[in-house]
Design a protein around this ligand. Sequence first.
Ligand SMILES: [Fe+2]
Ligand SMILES: [Fe+2]
Length: 308
Amino acid sequence: MKYTSVHYTPSDRMCDLVSTHYAVLPVMSRFGLALGFGDKTIGEVCGEVGVDATTFLAVINLMLDPAYLPDIATISVRSLTDYLHNAHRYFLDFRLPSIRRKLIEAVNCSRNDVAFAIMRYYDDYFAEVNRHMEYEEQRVFPYVEALLAGAPADDYSIEIFRRQHDRVEEHLSELKQIIIKYYPMGGTNELNDALYDIFTCEEELASHNAVEDALYIPAIERLSAERPKRGGVGRETLSSREKEIIICVVKGMTNKEIAEQLCISTHTVITHRRNIANKLQIHSAAGLTIYAIVNKLVDLSELKLSNE
Ligand SMILES: [Fe+2]
Ligand SMILES: [Fe+2]
């Protein structure tokens, strides 16, 4: 990886970033940014597809300069969660299986005990990465979703994640050393190719971990420090009429349908919805759905039935 102390800004051209640092290509695809952007700036390319440019640049600048200090207050937790989820899929579904295929081609397990041990080491490592990322998918991301909806779970905190979050790339470095030092029949193009991928994957995993440690965890801590105030006040001040409106919204009803059911004007429904958004800091129906489920305003089965 080519490190730099130059930090990119929204007014820099996207083609300059990619041409200088090709290692950013996987980051772009995880944010849903396609190639073919001509001379547009980073801000323009992100803006066109609704990607939060500040969060994208925080990831890029941290990747290119491990000493980079981002402004955590400007990070979009939603955008970063989506990015990390896509990165997990990249490692588990594409990158690690691809290296495994190359390793099998490069080493002959039937005639070499070291080769067999290397493949076993790799498979154990793959399983370890899978456990690491599945924990984040199953435990951390749902906690963050609930936090974004204004109602974090009582039995979990991001401090637990911070304490147990380990450096998942370390064992890959060990495997690299084992192959370099002890594999008796090294030097083939196939093995060199697999080794090269292990080197770059180790860097990608280290960068992924750095994003979680330096951006994601601090951003969630900041969010959770704010939420009890916002969420608490919001829950206290939600009127019973506003709760009724939330229930209607998550059931998929239009403003007109809500107005008819509650015998009020459409204008009043819109005003209530604006007040709800301000109180809860939730602006989407999906976010309100999570809020309504967590706060037991609706039952999940009720929502499923209403969608059928
Ligand atoms: Fe992760
Ligand atoms: Fe992680």
